[in-house]
Design a binder for this molecule. Structure first.
Ligand SMILES: Cc1cc2nc3c(=O)[nH]c(=O)nc-3n(C[C@H](O)[C@H](O)[C@H](O)COP(=O)(O)OP(=O)(O)OC[C@H]3O[C@@H](n4cnc5c(N)ncnc54)[C@H](O)[C@@H]3O)c2cc1C
Length: 371
């Protein structure tokens, strides 16, 4: 079966990896758009703390987090030993003067961990213990520690998935693809003047998916939400095992990678359109929040600010699955603020759906052309 996948972010890369393993003849096409979300995403994998009352979303996100270690192990077996994934744990921070809230949060999360053992141990830490794990933190902040939380660099993981797909026979092309579709039947895509024919096309083009599927006469309700995120160098610090920090009050966060690098995120700018500028307001918002939680970052080095456009749907659920009324078209987008968590699973589900196999999850809640 000839399968074209449009978009090589985390979702399309995972789709190419899965589809190649299932024996499809895969062509993966990417236009290298400024604002690709995967290239900017923080990479926190910790869906259990989300204050979201949507069982379909939570089940999908939790399954995605649970399946990560197996994916990382499979990639290692296939010659990709380090894709930056690490279970570093997370600290859910409460206000220093609100120890009751920390205890309530611990109880809530411990209850969730009963049905999600991949969360690992959930424990209460005092300010000194929290600061020992993440030294720049302000003193005295009580925290709930979630041992199973992880982080991953989306750029590294997506690149590794693409390389693994290529080793299984996938072809990669650079360029902007246009969908070719006649009378409700997908023919392939045109790219750089060539028509590349296919039996099915997976639209994993992030926030650009809406425009990409237009020739099929359908509307996928995905829009961009800009996120500005700052990378800070802390010369000489071994940050490789520092946990993710999730202050309960703000929605902002901190995490760390190897190489003395701390990441402070992020703005959530609805209505941004495709504007990928770094703005003074965005930078101020991110840094003010970061320094109020971790004043020890103030003497670090500002390394870079990344800007990504999260693909956001009409609700928190993915837009995922075959498109009703268009033979051979599958959509995989709408992963919003948790796409680095859900992308590998969404890509695998899309691959199975495109190849006519059971997708492995109930796709009814994720209809990609719902409004
Ligand atoms: C600041 C920020 C922080 C984030 N933090 C986290 C986090 O901590 N945890 C988490 O789980 N998620 C996080 N996310 C969300 C996550 O990054 C995204 O949901 C995810 O990366 C979306 O991946 P994608 O592959 O669907 O889309 P994208 O990564 O945007 O990829 C789409 C690709 O399609 C290509 N494309 C578009 N149109 C065409 C075309 N016509 N032809 C060919 N190619 C095309 C683009 O070039 C692009 O490479 C964050 C996002 C941002 C912006």
């Amino acid at each position: 079966m000839r399968l074209i996948i449009v978009g090589a972010g985390i979702t399309g890369a995972a789709c190419a990896y899965s589809a190649s393993a299932l024996g499809a003849e895969v062509t993966l096409i990417d236009a290298d758009r400024p604002g690709r979300a995967t290239a900017a995403g923080a990479g926190i994998i910790c869906p259990w703390t989300a204050a979201v009352d949507d069982p379909a979303w939570y089940d999908f996100a939790r399954t995605a987090a649970r399946e990560y270690p197996a994916l990382i192990a499979a990639l290692a077996d296939q010659g990709e030993p380090d894709v930056s994934y690490r279970r570093v744990g997370a600290l859910l921070l409460e206000q220093a003067d609100q120890p009751d809230q920390a205890n309530a949060a611990r109880q809530r999360l411990a209850a969730r961990s009963a049905e999600a053992p991949e969360m690992g141990e959930v424990s209460l830490l005092d300010g000194a213990q929290a600061q020992e794990l993440f030294p720049p933190l302000r003193p005295g902040a009580a925290a709930v520690h979630i041992a199973g939380a992880a982080r991953v660099d989306g750029r590294q993981l997506a690149a590794a998935l693409v390389r693994a797909a290529v080793r299984k026979g996938a072809t990669v092309r650079t360029g902007a693809a246009t969908l070719s579709c006649h009378a409700g039947l997908v023919a392939g895509v045109s790219v750089a003047g060539d028509l590349v024919e296919a039996d099915a096309v997976v639209a994993a083009a992030g926030t650009w998916t809406a425009g990409f599927v237009e020739p099929a006469g359908v509307t996928v309700p995905v829009v961009p939400q800009r996120g500005q995120i700052v990378h800070i160098g802390l010369d000489g610090a071994d940050t490789s095992r520092w946990p993710v920090v999730l202050p309960s009050a703000t929605g902002h966060y901190l995490l760390a990678f190897d190489g003395s690098r701390v990441v402070a995120g992020a703005t959530r700018e609805a209505g941004s359109g495709y504007d990928v500028r770094v703005t003074p307001g965005g930078l101020a918002e991110v840094l003010t929040n970061a320094l109020s939680v971790a004043p020890g970052l103030s003497q670090g080095t500002l390394l870079e600010t990344r800007v990504g456009l999260r693909p956001v749907g009409p609700d928190i659920r993915p837009l995922l699955g075959p498109v009703r009324g268009v033979d051979g078209l599958v959509v995989a987008t709408g992963l919003g603020a948790t796409g680095l968590t859900m992308g590998p699973l969404a890509g695998a589900v899309a691959a199975r759906a495109a190849l006519g196999l059971p997708p492995g999850v109930d796709l009814a809640p994720f209809d990609p052309i719902r409004s």
